[in-house]
Design a protein around this ligand. Structure first.
Ligand code: NAD
Ligand code: IPM
Ligand code: MN
Length: 365
């Protein structure tokens, strides 16, 4: 009798592509990597130098086959930020960052909004339990597709057209993602998520808004246990600073999602605290802090690494390493409580020192 063929063992070690990018991305990402290592997560890293320096050196933004390689050879991608005053066109950011989102079809930009300590919120009387919502931003369509053009450039008759692309498929999948997210996630205090709010500007942008409205109503009927809500984006901005307690899951298009998540970062203590994931369920996904490359503070060891570190925790949770992710989140919370932070959130530490404090805490935890 022949013995059964031995199946190759599925390696548990996850492979992470690391792209720090430009400016403070090069400072915060090494801290996030250090914290992941301290957590004992079974991962290995490969570094990529995509960004402004590489572009200025050899005109490469993304090497040929780069996105296919990321999808094939890696379980996740950890990214810093792109943007450099030496590259006026911002072409490298567009090709690398938007390239990853579009070509790897990372359609759900998940941006959690959590307040770790009351002192970090500029609103009076708002406590951590009051700010615990998530923005689900459509990430592959809208005004970001670069459809359009310029007619008679540089003349008094110049016409610039920027198209807003909204496909039935794209709108439906992001709205469905938001409802599924609501169904399957709890709040930090363990209570169930219960509301999905769609944010648009359908009173002025009637064509695209009409599609979003219709699809939202249709999909919401499949989730009778979830309360569907709607707000125009301008009204939502007011409500976010008036009373953030009312939000649970917010779903919106690409541009509104970009704008309201900077506003939401303000509720959390600033851009230095905000994490995000660019996700396509089942495919290699990409994780990056919400902030940019912050050129004026780059290279000074002052940038807050916690947004990047919380992003790393989000990535580990996505890869199934929830224990390591929780350990990291707990250490960041403790750092905030003990003011072992950078100056933007009230401490006196540098980027490296704040990262080291968290890594040390994680390795003991
Ligand atoms: P930014 O997020 O870089 O900075 C906005 C403000 O927040 C600045 O005052 C900055 O000092 C502060 N800030 C940001 N991150 C911080 C941190 N970790 N710690 C402390 N303070 C922090 O946005 P910007 O100034 O509009 O853009 C700068 C460049 O970054 C531009 O080229 C822009 O296109 C790019 N950008 C890239 C991304 C990305 O790659 N994901 C995101 C946003 C902006
Ligand atoms: C973000 C950034 C990007 C966006 C820029 C750099 C193109 O602001 O990730 O929030 O608008 O999506
Ligand atoms: Mn943004």
């Amino acid at each position: 009798m022949s013995s059964p063929k031995k199946q190759p063992q599925k390696p548990t070690c996850k492979r992470i592509a690391v792209i720090p990018g430009d400016g403070i991305g090069q400072e915060v990402i090494p801290q996030a990597v250090k914290v992941i290592q301290a957590s004992g997560a079974d991962v290995e890293f490969a570094d990529f130098d995509w960004g402004a320096d590489r572009y200025l050196r050899d005109s490469t933004t993304v090497p040929p086959g780069g996105f296919a390689m990321l999808g094939r050879d890696f379980d996740a991608v950890l990214v810093g930020a792109f943007g450099d005053p030496r590259v006026k066109s911002n072409i490298h950011a567009k090709e690398i960052l938007l390239g990853m989102r579009f070509q790897m079809d990372l359609y759900a930009n998940v941006r959690p909004v959590r307040l770790l300590e009351a002192a970090l919120c500029p609103l009076k009387g708002i406590e951590p339990k009051d700010v615990d919502f998530v923005v689900i931003r459509e990430n592959t369509e809208g005004v970001y597709t670069d459809a359009g053009g310029v007619f008679k450039p540089g003349t008094p008759d110049e016409i610039a057209i920027q198209e807003d692309i909204n496909t039935r498929m794209g709108v439906e999948r992001i709205i469905r993602y938001a409802f599924e997210f609501c169904r399957t996630h709890t709040k930090l205090d363990g209570s169930p998520r219960a509301k999905v709010l769609m944010c648009d500007k359908s009173n002025a942008m009637t064509h695209a808004g009409g599609l979003w409205q219709r699809v939202f109503q249709e999909v919401s009927r499949e989730y009778p246990q979830i309360t569907p809500q709607h707000m125009y984006v301008d009204a939502l901005c007011l409500q976010m600073v008036r009373d953030p307690r009312q939000f649970d899951v917010v779903v919106t298009n690409n541009m509104f999602g970009d704008i309201i998540t900077d506003l939401a970062a303000g509720l959390q203590g600033g851009l230095g605290m905000a994490a995000s994931g660019n996700i396509h369920p089942g495919k290699t996904s990409m994780f990056e802090p919400v902030h940019g490359s912050a050129p004026p503070i780059a290279g000074k060891n002052v940038a807050n690494p916690f947004g990047a570190i919380l992003t790393a925790a989000m990535m580990l949770a996505h890869l199934g390493m929830t224990r390591e992710a929780r350990k990291i989140e707990a250490a960041v919370l403790e750092a905030v409580r003990q003011k072992k932070t950078t100056e933007d959130v009230g401490g006196r530490l540098g980027t490296r020192e704040a990262g080291e404090w968290v890594a040390d805490r994680v390795s003991r935890g």
